[in-house]
Structure formats: C-alpha cells, structure tokens
Design a protein around this ligand. Structure first.
Ligand code: NAD
Length: 727
C-alpha cells in the first residue's frame, strides 16, 4: 500500500493503491509506517513521497468515506496523524507530484516541507462537490501558502489548478522536467534541515488585509449562485478562520465546520449523486449486451437533420468535439437561419473566452450545410431533430434507410415518440436509437439515450460512447411515450398546473420550487422551452389517441385535464421567444421574467368559467404534490423496465432538469422523506383527487412501504412486481 525504499541517503515512500492512490486506511497506515521508518533510520537524511502509477493521489477513498463515528473516533491512523508525523519530522519531506493531487493528497503535500511537480500535474480540493470540506487542515494550510483570496477561490469552487499555476501561487517550489523520482531524490539530497517557515502551521496567512471584504463578496455570490448549498459556505468560513484565528484554533474551527457538513443530509445527497451518476452510465441489458462487452462503431462524421432550437445546439456539441457535421434543412431560408444560430452559439463561446475567434473559424470549416438529404449517404451517424411529428420522422427515416450506407446509426432526438414506431419505417431497426438531448443542447449535460426492441448492442454502445466524446452524461432507458425524463417531468408539471387551477399563481409556484432548490420554476422552464412546443405535443398525442383537445377540455377519458396552458398558447403567448408566456419578458428572447396581470386574468377567468373556488395552498402541499407525483411515476418506470435502477432516474433529473444535487434526485429525496410517508401521502392525494390516475400508488412503492423496514435505495428493484424487462 505504501512501498518503502532507500536511494542513498533518501527514503522514498511510494503511495500505491491503484488506480489513483486513493487514501484508504491501509495506504494511510502504510505511509505513516514508512515515514516513521525513515525517521528511525540514522542513515536517512531526507524523505520523498511519490505516487505509483498515473497519479500522486486522488484523495480520500470515497468508497471508505468516513462516517461521523469514524472521524470522531481516536482509534487508528488518520490523515491528521500521519500529517502531524510528516510536519514535525526533522528530516525534510518532499512531495513529488504527478497526475492528480487532490483533496487528502494535496493535504499530504501541504504537510510536507517541499513540493515538486511535473508540468502536467493538477492540484486541488474538490471536497465541496461532495458536500464537505478538506478536513485534514487543508483549509488552514492552503491559505498560509497562497493567501486568503486564492485559497478561498480554490476551496469554495473545488476547481483544480495546473502545475504552472500552482508554481505561480507558491504551492509548488519547482516544476521538474524528466524523471520525477530522479529529480526529487536529487532535490532532497540538497536539503539538510527543516526551516521554521517550512512548517506551515508556523506561518501567518499572507495578503489577508482585505479578507473581510473578499469574504462578504464571496458569501453574497454563493448565496446567489449556489442557493441552498451549505458546503461552499462552510468552506468559506473555514478558510476565513485561517485568517481570524491562530493555527491551533483554526483547525478546531475547521473540524467543527467539517462535522456539521459530515452529518448533513446535503453531504449524503451530494455523495449519492456522485455515485449514482457513475452507476447510471454503466448500462446493462443482458450478459451479451452491456457496457463491458459491447463494441461501438467509431463516429468520424455525423449528420444532423433540422437546424432549429435543438439541431443547432446538437451540431455545436458535435463540432466542438471535433466531429465534422453535415447539416440538413428543408430549405435554404431555414438553413441560413440555422447557420446563424450555430454561429451565434459559437460566438457566445468566444465572448466567454471558451474558444478563440480562430478556433471558431476552424470549427465552422468542418460544418457542411446543405438542403440535400442525399449528402448524408456516407456519414457514420445521423441525429434527426425535425418537428415532433411521427409521420414526418417516419418519412425521413425511410428516406435515410435508402440513402445511407448500411452501418450508419440513425438517431432521433424525439422527446416523446416511441423509437420502435420510428424504427419500423426502416429496414434496419437495429440501427435506430433515440438520443434525447435537453435544451439548450450545447449546454445541458444530460443525454437520455433510448433503445427500442430491436436496437442492437453495437448501436447502443455507439451512442453511449459518442455521448461521452461530446462531454455529455449518458443514461440509457427503454422506449415508451416520453421515456423517463418527460414521463416523470410530465406528472410533476401537470400537478403544478392543477395547483395553479386550484389557487396559486405561476410565480407563487415558481418561488416555492426555487426555494426547494430547483434552478428555475416550472412555469419559467415552460416559457424557455416554448409553450407552443408543449401544445404541439399535446395535440399530437390527442390526434394519435383519437380525441379532440380544446380549451374547454376538462377531462380526457375520465382523467382530469387543465386547459390553462392551452389558453396561454391561444393568447399567442409562446414563452420567452415571443416575449410573453406565463410571464412577461423585457423583450422577445429576453430573460427578465415579470408577473403579468394578463396571465393572472386568464387563470382567474378560467376558474370562474368552470365555477372553481380558489383556495390557499401550503408550500408543503405544493412540494409533496409535484415531487410525489414524479416519484410515483419514477417507480412505474422501474416497474415497466423503462429505467433499470433509481440512480438512472435521479441522474436524469440532476443533469436534465437541474434538480438540486444536495437532494440527490427525486428518488433519493423519496428515500430521505421515507417511502412509508411518501406512500401514505400518495394514498391521501388519491382520495382527494380521484380523477388523476397518477395518484394510484405504484405497486413497487407499495411493496417497499409495506415491507415494514427501511429498504436502502440499492435494494428497491428487488421489490419490482413485474421484472419483465430484459434488464
Ligand atoms: P424547431 O421547430 O426549433 O426545429 C425543427 C427544425 O426542423 C426546423 O428548423 C425545421 O425547418 C426543420 N425541419 C422540418 N422538417 C424538415 C425536413 N424534412 N428536413 C430538414 N429539416 C426539417 O424544433 P426543436 O425544438 O428543435 O425540436 C426538434 C426535435 O427535438 C423535436 O422532435 C422535439 O420534440 C425535440 N426536442 C425538443 C426540445 C426543446 O426543448 N425544444 C428538447 C428535447 C427534444
């Protein structure tokens, strides 16, 4: 776990815990033993700590993540114990860094007296993203090297810095070329004693005159941009303690703030999110069809059909990942508009310094716009993003089937339509798959990939691999109307429209959702995605199911229906793009949402016409109704085999809808509320709203709730009453 060797008068201790030298108990103990052995050996004059393999250390072993009881227990060797041994050692200790040096890894380096690194190394404290802070004195040591402001930025953001940056900040003493071990041993041989100021606990925080001002500014920023999160605030307070308190009191304050986070529900939510997004991307349909064994087809060129809202963003995602794109539109006017859209997205990237003008020009070189679908004949993969109309998509896929080479993968960006119905129009259903991007497609990280009954393992592997190449987080789900994302989101948003019909106004609902942690209330989201888009989907569905949907519709097959959104559409209010929707905007395409009395009138008139008495609705009722409706549908997705594990549903909500990471996702949220309670409340709402079938509790939920025990989320699927899926 930590290998000890001697090179002349230098002891070399190699951290060894593949793949990234995570600081497991065994590794920390090994390191402690190694340092003590070097101290005890009179021939040894100095010590080098170095990582085996690709990295110095990625930090704490998250699979062994400490529980509160472990941290408070004084038994065993902790990072702090070994840190103390390193710092107080009279023989100079040098950390020689390559690869990543994160979290506890960086804390070890900061206990060391000297730090060297190779040019490509990265150093940082990512703890905040797991809902905690660097709890082995990182918050007290880093400021003593880099000053308050830089330490605050690094620890609160969790973002790593490069070796040259670390050298500039003073974290590193030297960047070395050539073999790191040779350079580190040579360097260590030049050292004889440990100067007082090389023990960081002895030095004050430099450049801290404006700490109060920086603290207040940062706090205000966190409260605005990371609303609801407590970890960044505690990180900030801990760093501030390094300025306000002597070292020995600072570390006590750090410990107190660390413990607050460790025992918080937020840390549990953020750590669950970390694990669940990894679990979700590991797809498994059968022993011969899964992420381990299935081979992908390399995508060297791609086609995108439709250069509207989604197609343009999808094209940008491909282009900026270096994949040449042939972009097809129905006519030159729409093509021109699409090219302009792509250029304006890229220009935005230049403005934000994400790329240079010349990089943007190079990207545009690999874009080939056309109105001829035949130009797609030899691309490896095509993503269709035309209007949400089954007949149109079927016609297109049938054409593509005739035009394209046999192994071209045909993807649809449909947000609701059954992939099998689209695949049926081709002679290669095994090559047809859904790639459901979220708007704006070049920004939103989620890619909900949808397999049909005939989609091959190779096709799935291809889109899952491509997703990663274009920097998306892919989740694989099975086809059905709306898949997982829109199926669950539909119940969530429908329930909120009912809430508006019963008593609250859209802005009141949105305020509640934003206080809960959603980045945007549902009505603002609706204005962003387009009220016309939702209207078209509802109309399509009505036609497909043979009923007539009007603004007078109150029930569909006995199910409650709220027509307020259709009345908003009828008033020509399509959302942000027209400058008005559920809100009034500063201008068409504007971002500043203002309450519009006209919308309130539409709602109040609607209620009057239907003879509905409006009532006050509590925050708790709003949250329960939208969340529990989505959660119940999530359980149904599991029962239907559309999702195979709750982590997939949570990852979809985290990255498709910006669900607060500290709540883990709706299914994790349910686990925290307690499934018994969720189930009881669903039954309560069913009694009160019998005309809404989403309040019929899922059988799987019922089984877990009635099991009489607190079933961990990882075991929920064992209660699936219909494990019919192949997954
Ligand atoms: P859009 O109306 O903005 O764009 C559609 C584009 O397709 C238009 O530019 C149109 O000219 C073009 N088009 C139509 N028929 C064509 C043809 N035969 N050949 C070439 N081009 C053609 O629509 P959008 O919002 O980008 O939606 C596209 C698809 O993405 C839909 O299936 C939609 O359900 C899905 N989707 C939309 C969103 C969203 O938030 N808007 C999110 C996820 C998925």
């Amino acid at each position: 776990m930590a290998e000890y060797k001697e090179i002349d008068s230098v002891a070399v201790i190699e951290l060894k815990n593949p793949p990234a030298n995570a600081l497991s108990k065994a590794l920390v103990t090994g390191l402690n033993n190694g340092v003590k052995r070097a101290i005890d050996n009179p021939r040894i004059k100095s010590i080098v700590l170095i990582g085996n393999g690709q990295h110095f250390s990625a930090g704490a072993d998250i699979t062994e993540f400490p529980r509160v009881a472990d941290v408070t227990s004084k038994q065993g060797v902790s990072l702090l114990t070994v840190g103390d041994v390193i710092e107080s050692c009279n023989k100079p200790v040098v950390s020689a860094i390559h690869g990543v040096c994160f979290g506890g890894g960086l804390e070890i380096a900061l206990f060391s007296h000297y730090r060297l690194a190779v040019q490509s190394a990265k150093l940082g404290f990512p703890e905040v993203s797991l809902g905690i802070l660097p709890g082995a004195n990182g918050t007290q040591r880093l400021p003593r090297v880099v000053g308050f402001e830089v330490a605050m930025d690094m620890i609160v953001s969790g973002k790593p810095v490069s070796a040259p940056q670390a050298l500039q900040y003073g974290i590193l003493d030297k960047i070395v070329d050539g073999d790191l071990l040779t350079a580190a041993v040579q360097f260590a041989k030049t050292l004889n004693t440990v100067p007082h100021d090389r023990r960081l606990k002895n030095v004050p925080v430099p450049n801290s005159e404006n700490a109060n001002k920086h603290f207040e500014e940062k706090l205000a920023k966190i409260k605005q941009k990371q609303r609801g999160y407590i970890a960044p605030i505690n990180c900030l307070k801990a760093v501030k303690a390094s300025v306000d308190l002597p070292y020995s009191e600072g570390v006590t304050k750090e410990f107190q703030l660390f413990m607050e986070l460790m025992s918080s529900a937020q840390a549990r939510g953020q750590q669950y999110s970390f694990f669940s997004e990894r679990a979700a991307t590991k797809w498994y349909l059968s022993a011969s069809k899964n992420y381990k064994v299935s081979k992908d087809i390399p995508v060297k060129t791609a086609g995108v059909i439709g250069a509207g809202t989604m197609g343009s963003g999808i094209a940008v995602s491909l282009l900026t990942s270096g994949i040449p794109v042939i972009l097809v539109e129905q006519d030159s006017k729409n093509l021109e508009r699409g090219i302009e859209l792509i250029k304006s997205i890229l220009q935005g990237g230049v403005k934000l310094k994400r790329m240079t003008q010349s990089q943007m020009n190079q990207i545009l070189q690999i874009l080939q716009p056309t109105t001829k679908i035949e130009d797609l004949q030899s691309v490896d993969l095509i993503i269709e993003a035309v209007f949400e109309n089954l007949k149109l998509k079927q016609e297109l896929f049938s054409k593509l089937d005739k035009i394209c080479k046999r192994d071209t993968v045909l993807c649809s960006n449909t947000s609701t339509l059954d992939i099998d119905k689209i695949a049926k129009s081709t002679s290669r259903p095994e090559k047809v798959v859904g790639t459901h991007f979220f708007a704006p497609a070049h920004i939103m990280p989620l890619l909900e990939n949808v397999y049909g009954n005939h989609t091959s393992a190779e096709t799935i592997a291809t889109v899952m691999k491509l997703s990663k190449k274009i920097r998306k987080i892919p989740v694989l789900v099975k086809t059905c109307h709306g898949f997982v994302a829109n199926r669950t989101f539909f119940e969530y948003s429908q329930e909120l429209r009912f809430v508006v019909e019963e008593g609250l106004l859209p802005n009141e609902v949105d305020d509640i959702l934003e206080d809960f942690g959603m980045p945007m209330g549902v009505f603002k989201v609706n204005d962003l995605s387009g009220i016309d888009v939702g209207w078209r989907i509802r109309q399509e569905q009505a036609i497909a199911n043979g009923f007539n949907l009007t603004t007078n519709t109150r029930y569909i097959n006995g199910e409650r229906y709220c027509a307020i959104a259709d009345k908003i559409f009828q008033a020509g209010r399509y959302g942000r793009k027209t400058g008005k929707g559920w809100y009034q905007y500063d201008k068409p395409g504007g971002r500043v949402a203002m309450v519009d009395p006209n919308v309130n009138n539409i709602i109040l008139n609607h209620c009057k016409e239907l003879g509905l008495t409006r009532r006050k609705i509590s925050t708790q009722e709003v949250i329960e109704r939208c969340m529990f409706a989505a959660i119940n549908e999530g359980f149904r997705c599991l029962e239907d085999g559309i999702a195979s594990k709750p982590e997939e549903i949570d990852t979809i909500w985290l990255h498709g809808f910006g669900f607060p990471r500290y709540r883990g996702g709706p299914m994790f949220y349910a686990s925290q509320v307690g499934l018994r309670k969720v189930y009881e409340r669903i039954k309560y709402y069913q009694k009160h709203f019998p005309e809404t079938s989403h309040w019929i509790a899922s059988e799987m939920l019922q089984r877990i709730a009635e099991s009489g025990r607190n079933v961990p989320i990882s075991e929920w699927t064992k209660f699936n009453p219909t494990p019919t899926s192949s997954r």
